[in-house]
Design a protein. Sequence first.
Length: 303
Amino acid sequence: MSLTKLQQDIRQLLKEKKAILLAHYYQRDEIQEIADILGDSLALSMEAARTNAEVLIFAGVHFMAESASILSPGKTVLLPRPDAGCPLADMITPEALGAAKKEHPGAAVVTYINSSAAIKAMSDVCCTSANAVKVIRSLGDVKEILMIPDGNLARYVAGQTDRKIIPWEGYCPVHHFLSAEQVRRTKEKHPRATFAAHPECRQEVLRLADYVGSTTGIIRYAGEEHVREMIVGTEHGIFYQLRKQYPEKIFIPASDQMTCEDMKKITLADIKTALTEMKNVVKVPEDVRIPAKKALERMLAIS
Ligand code: 13P
Ligand code: SF4
């Protein structure tokens, strides 16, 4: 693979600053190409917890950099674009969660990693789309579970377990607005294709899926022998990996509207600037970090 001058400059800067570049599968292709660690939210948080690098630069969205800072407070965590947020994470506030906890005393609070540090700090345990079912199954004798903030993920998990789950009505706009009708139309055009979807999609969409899982799960599923042609119900950044890993297979977007604007905010130029100037540091205050770390570490122990 031949790198552009800008990509080479970034690789050089990473070496000089003893830094690693972590990137989510939804990032731009040219960023994925030069990442040290590429993964779904679970893999990125695991790496953030165990790396020896002094500086972590995150090509992802704010909650990912924040989770890295919570887990590794001694390291410098950079987010090249501080305005790269997650609309789903913004769909719950500490005040609203406080009120819900009062309404459901004794409920366990299971929080999707797509949430702010303040929300994690009020939670019992975190989860990602890769381990949500496992996390719920690991909970002992709790009467009910408040699962926040993604209602679609909560409903999907409720269907996989016999626990009483109260879903929060937040959603990821990228996945939520994929309709069953769009999927049916794409299936009609590609009758031999299997359909893989992310659990942030609505139930009516998940019912049409042959496979439901995180981005890593979808990439793994695409590698199965019987999958020759696959309709993809998640953000378009995943196509870079799918086509790179399985060039002989055919991948079709379930809709052409599944692009996360926040994930795409970060450019190579932003990464170079952040590294050069060591700017856009993400740091979580200790009174929030300590309880948030407990919820994240409890999840990592289960994963
Ligand atoms: P995963 O990384 O768990 O697949 O989640 C996708 C997502 O929406 C991240 O923002
Ligand atoms: Fe948030 Fe959805 Fe974008 Fe992921 S894809 S960062 S959940 S808005």
